[in-house]
Design a binder for this molecule. Sequence first.
Ligand SMILES: Cc1cc2nc3c(=O)[nH]c(=O)nc-3n(C[C@H](O)[C@H](O)[C@H](O)COP(=O)(O)OP(=O)(O)OC[C@H]3O[C@@H](n4cnc5c(N)ncnc54)[C@H](O)[C@@H]3O)c2cc1C
Length: 430
Amino acid sequence: MSNKPHVVVLGGNFAGLGAAQKIREFAGDAVRITVIDRKNFLLFVPNIPAEVFEGRDPAKTLSMDLRSTLAEDDIGFIQAEVQALDPDAKRIDFVPSERPGAAPESMHYDYVVVAVGNRLAFDRIEGFAEHGHTCTDFYYGNKLRHFLEHEYRGGPVAIGSARFHQGDGTKDIKLYGGHAFPSAEAACEGPPVETMLSMATWLKEHGKGGPDKITVFTPAKLIAEDAGEQVVGKLLEIASGMGFHYLNETQDITRITHEGVEFANGKSVEAELKLVFPDWVPHDFLKGLPISDSEGFVVTDVTMRNPKYPNVFAAGDAAAITVPKLGGIGHAEGEIVGKQIAKDVGRMAAEEADKPLEPVVYCIGDMGANQAFYIRSNSWFGGPDQVLKMGHVPFLLKMQYKNLFFKTRGKMPEWGLDASKLLAEKLFAA
Ligand SMILES: Cc1cc2nc3c(=O)[nH]c(=O)nc-3n(C[C@H](O)[C@H](O)[C@H](O)COP(=O)(O)OP(=O)(O)OC[C@H]3O[C@@H](n4cnc5c(N)ncnc54)[C@H](O)[C@@H]3O)c2cc1C
């Protein structure tokens, strides 16, 4: 066994895979790296809605083998359920999950990167299993596809989010030169905006109506507020012009019934199709740890390092600083983790490694009929940008992004984002 520092990355989806690859890129052979994930593939979540509304099984095109991907960079992989993290003992407890019945084991780390995402808490929404739909994974995506193809009779549609419970882990964080960290009522509202537009196209294409059948709702004052007021203002203007109905400040979903969705503010909406996104809740094993905030999100500074335990990092949805919960932000965080660990092992200068996280809401959402919307905004965090574009070019970019991700096994070239920006914002501005 090598005596190099052992970096254990918990989770192997966008943030975990990205962090592991960046650690290898920047720290080179100075470290040994192991990724632990309960499943052995990467689930490319953002394109599930596009596949489902086109009537395709998302499982056929949206998974990437983790073990062989990581092996390309000499990164070890263990398929296991992480059960506990002890930051004082520097120990991970896990149970191998390839087959049931495995005995619990422990592993020592020198550095740990928590990238286990969150629990999407559908189990906290009463009536969801019987009456609700969503498109956050292959199972639910295919359930919705089946419902649309075989059961949906053309009745009203309700689309929206449950309330997000942000912890206190961001209270000391300042972004973009001093802006206090904002607080969100919804974890990630790109998906409801995306599905409302795709659903409207689906209704039209199937001769079942249009936007006026759809009510979109949000627990917040403004849907997708993290995209910036100007962007959302424009989106809402376009949406109301098309005939969508809009309900805000619903506070939370209390129940889904056969008839519709009931909200914590006492109101309700009638719907045959109830397409919802739940609360993003930290995993139980993170709750109450000295590295976690009041909800269980892992506390970090703007270099993704835990202030009390400098050998503990977090990236992606599991990190308190990742609000809204976006894979794009997790990817940027993985890169910072790579640089920090490279700095610690003497492979990168502090000047380069210590550049702080400057989060950007970067979202390309499918609208159906080969069209998409493109948002690039940092104004919610105190930055200067708010850009919204719609049309065929953003759709092309969304599909190309996925193809490039799979082709490069997650190692998106530096020019990928710049090229998207140039195409969407300059050359083919809608
Ligand atoms: C419908 C939809 C559309 C979206 N569209 C976009 C978009 O356009 N752009 C964007 O930036 N973001 C988008 N997002 C958000 C994006 O999917 C998430 O932010 C991203 O997946 C978070 O990455 P992550 O690696 O932090 O967590 P996850 O993707 O949740 O991955 C966590 C990993 O950890 C593993 N894991 C969890 N617990 C354990 C455990 N105890 N033991 C072992 N392994 C464990 C899981 O198996 C998983 O592989 C969308 C989300 C949804 C639901």
